[in-house]
Design a protein around this ligand. Structure first.
Ligand code: NCD
Ligand code: ZN
Length: 348
């Protein structure tokens, strides 16, 4: 097979930042994806519909002309999110849902939710108005081992305090990284889904820690052991409608990644569909890529599937060592390596 053509895929989890950094990266996503869920962890965080719509116009103005790319904005949930704002979000089609960051869990999560027990009214409102809750699923207790934080979150928060307590709430376990996460999502009905990143499909924690520390493989949730990676590959390639593509591509300046205390985040947007194609091909499941990348997410969110197409061609090409990021540089996933698929043509 020398090429594959898919219905245009969507990225259901993306960090674009703002200003010059955003302008430097947004075209990479627009080249491959029809829509992307834009994460709200800016400084200050995007907590209101009004702020999200302004951010959205800045993204659209930074795009090259004729680019057909639709940003779907996530709002940042805080301890103080008013019910009225949830209602406004429900009435605004450009808003996809609320993002729950447990305070302290990841990059720019300081304003996140300190305790689920603080936000029953906002959660009830999301359930009532049909606003999805997108979840960074890790506990933040410092005594819990970092490799166990997702599994602990599922048993102590996601299952008892969110999914059971709010039986109609639509929930996405973002960037699921464990077999416990996969099994939990599979055990739920169609109102619960999960995104899976390309880097968690490709790498286990050896890629981060064996033979030298590789900061460009450091992200949150952190890469796990091989048995978890295999569970993610099985879920993504199975066609199961619970699972869909979300890169969690997160640009950071090279200087802040290659540091004594480096930032969490992998920049996969430049090579996103190529990396997913690589994983699906290795699993003998290229024929399942379209469901995962182009169908399941749209179906979950009740949005139409994209009308256009994306063609991936079998070509050897080398990923650049760095890319511009405003006044700094960025190291993309697989920098300097040769890939065998190339996203070559997208129609709107
Ligand atoms: C993300 C970022 O840099 O904004 N980092 C990451 O490691 N994934 C935040 C997040 O999604 O956790
Ligand atoms: Zn993220």
């Amino acid at each position: 097979m020398d090429s594959i053509t898919l219905a245009t895929p969507d990225d259901w989890h993306l960090h674009l930042r703002d200003g010059a950094a955003m302008a430097a990266v947004v075209g990479h996503s627009a080249r491959q994806f029809g829509r992307a869920v834009i994460m709200p962890n800016l400084k200050p965080p995007v907590t209101t519909v009004a702020a999200a719509l302004q951010y959205r116009s800045r993204i659209l103005s930074a795009l090259p002309e004729n680019e057909c790319f639709e940003p779907l904005m996530a709002l940042y949930l805080t301890d103080a999110t008013p019910v009225e704002e949830v209602r406004r979000a429900a009435e605004t089609p450009e808003i996809i849902g609320y993002k729950l960051y447990p305070a302290g869990a990841t990059t720019h999560s300081e304003s996140g939710v300190t305790n689920i027990e603080n936000i029953p009214r906002a959660l009830e409102a999301m359930e009532r108005y049909g606003v999805p809750l997108l979840i960074h699923g890790e506990v933040t207790d410092t005594e819990v081992d970092i490799f166990d934080r997702e599994a602990r979150f599922i048993e102590s928060v996601l299952d008892p305090l969110l999914v059971r307590r709010f039986p109609e709430l639509r929930v996405v376990l973002e960037h699921v990284t464990t077999k416990e996460g996969v099994a939990f999502v599979q055990s739920c009905g169609p109102r619960v889904g999960a995104t899976i990143t390309a880097h968690h499909l490709l790498y286990n924690r050896n890629a981060l820690l064996a033979g030298g520390i590789r900061p460009h493989h450091y992200c949150l949730p952190v890469l796990k052991r091989e048995s978890h990676r295999l569970a993610l590959v099985a879920a993504a390639t199975s066609g199961d409608a619970h699972f869909f593509l979300g890169t969690d591509s997160a640009p950071h300046p090279q200087s802040q990644k290659e540091s004594a205390c480096g930032c969490a985040g992998c920049y996969t947007a430049y090579t996103a569909m190529e990396l997913y194609a690589l994983t699906f091909e290795r699993a003998g499941a290229l024929h399942m890529l379209e469901r995962f990348a182009s169908h399941n997410g749209a179906d979950f969110y009740g949005r139409p599937r994209n009308g256009g197409t994306l063609t991936l061609s079998r070509t050897q090409w080398q990923v650049p060592e760095t890319l511009p990021l405003g006044s700094e540089r960025l190291v993309p996933a697989m920098a300097g390596e040769t890939l065998s698929w190339r996203a070559s043509r997208r129609t709107c």
